[in-house]
Design a protein around this ligand. Structure first.
Ligand SMILES: [Zn+2]
Length: 140
């Protein structure tokens, strides 16, 4: 994997602006939620956000440091969510797969991607659409 792609996947390079990112808490991402009671938990999570455009961001894992994938804009967030919903039911509800591991193995074969790159958080809009199509073929 080349250096640039690695930085994009790690959330340290904005794939839209080709600029740096910074690690911020959820209050920066969701300022309109700061006054909410009860306080939403995601406000205390950390996010990588583009230094030029606040609409470009991605969440982190439990360590509040490892990014969930590439920075996303509003459109990509929509596709990631739809992709996850379409994919997750295959193993959670429809039992097409016995485990998430099996399901991801299938998806990585279909997509022709190594396992470590087969995560919706790392997909582009095109890859999300492709994954959704494979999932729909399987469950139709
Ligand atoms: Zn950006």
């Amino acid at each position: 994997m080349n250096e640039e792609l690695m930085q994009i996947i790690n959330g340290t390079l904005c794939p839209y602006c080709q600029c740096a990112t910074k690690l911020v808490n959820g209050e920066v991402i969701y300022p309109h939620k700061v006054q909410d009671i009860p306080r939403p938990k995601y406000l205390d999570k950390m996010y990588y956000v583009c230094i030029l455009n606040k609409d470009h961001y991605v969440g982190t894992y439990h360590d509040n440091k490892t990014s969930l994938g590439r920075l996303a804009d509003t459109e990509l967030r929509r596709w990631k969510n739809l992709g996850h919903r379409t994919f997750d039911v295959l193993w959670k509800e429809k039992k097409v797969f016995h485990s998430s591991e099996n399901a991801y193995k299938w998806l990585s074969d279909k997509m022709g991607l190594p396992g470590e790159l087969t995560h919706f958080g790392m997909f582009t809009v095109e890859q999300c659409k492709q994954a959704i199509e494979f999932c729909n073929e399987l469950s139709s």
